[in-house]
Write a protein that binds this ligand. Sequence first.
Ligand SMILES: Cc1cc2nc3c(=O)[nH]c(=O)nc-3n(C[C@H](O)[C@H](O)[C@H](O)COP(=O)(O)O)c2cc1C
Length: 371
Amino acid sequence: MSGVPSVEPLPQGVVTLADHEQHAVKRLDANALAYFAGGAADELTLRSNRAAWDAIQLSPRVLRNLVGGHTRTTLFGFTLAHPILLAPVAFQRMAHRDGEMATAYAAGMQGAGLVLSSQSSVLLEHVAQAVLPERQRGPLWFQLYFQHDRGFTEQLVRRAESAGYEALVVTIDAPSSGVRDRERRAGFKLPPGISAVNLAGLPPPKPVMLDEHQSRMFDALMTVAPTWKDIEWLRSLTRLPIVLKGIMHPGDAQLAAQHGADGIIVSNHGGRTLDTLPATAAVLPRIRVAMGPEFPILVDGGIRRGTDVFKAIALGADAVLIGRPYVFGLANAGAMGVSHVLRLLRDELEIAMALCGCATLADINADALFS
Ligand SMILES: Cc1cc2nc3c(=O)[nH]c(=O)nc-3n(C[C@H](O)[C@H](O)[C@H](O)COP(=O)(O)O)c2cc1C
């Protein structure tokens, strides 16, 4: 679909991102809920992400002059009204019939950066057409999964470039799917009519004949998985900024920069790939130390409050992304729901800044955290 999304009322009594989640849990069917809300295996990382932000306490300073404060920041030459972006989330038409179109309009209205998934259920060109004319919009980035066919991967890059996307977010933490117990219990499958439309025409992988000593993982899937060489190849292919998503180790952050990445997203895929990883809040500070003060670092995972955004900035992030919360907003009220989630988070961030004595994001640092 490519029309203007429907306008729907917000559900009564929903005033936080957690309220949106509680409400959406009742609206989504069991299939969609397992997909959107679930994490990998025992969901320990899913819970750690959240718990880690909760465990950090703030250390406010008072009586400072905050007149003229703002939440603006700059990434790759683009000025953002605030540091909150929408993370790539696949198959959003499973949450609401307007799917990614609703998300696109909401991002445009709220000046939020939008990272569209390779596996979106609306064509990347249609989403770009909805976002780019919006004057208040934030940056528009395309999330790239390397496909087994590198020629097709290149075509995706060219399509993203010609549609007007302003950076490529290459997700590198999921060469295999995680162990998704919740989805398997629910017997998850994509409903009819919903598919990864950008990937239509992808040639099927060449069949691999494995002998009994070979592994489907290492002798089939991993033969087409990307490596650092592919990042160099991508770097040679495009002038768009490249952001690697799914970095959890300072050594990989440094390799990312060495291989031509312009920024990274500290992410454990919202606890959906490998379980028992540490929370992103726990690894972010050491990655910032390894990369120095200038290298662009974003973070996602478990961000549900303006105070979480504030803490992420204090720990060294330049900006944050949210995943599930906006999909819950989408399920509750389409574009209005996504817009509401963003507005709540922006307002909460401003309140946290004012109450901590920080007029701008540049004023937020480790001194604002209680330790
Ligand atoms: C249902 C779902 C689908 C996702 N699909 C993608 C995807 O297609 N590409 C990607 O890079 N990340 C994907 N992610 C990960 C998100 O981009 C993000 O890292 C994560 O949701 C952040 O955690 P949060 O949901 O706690 O905010 C997905 C996450 C969810 C919940």
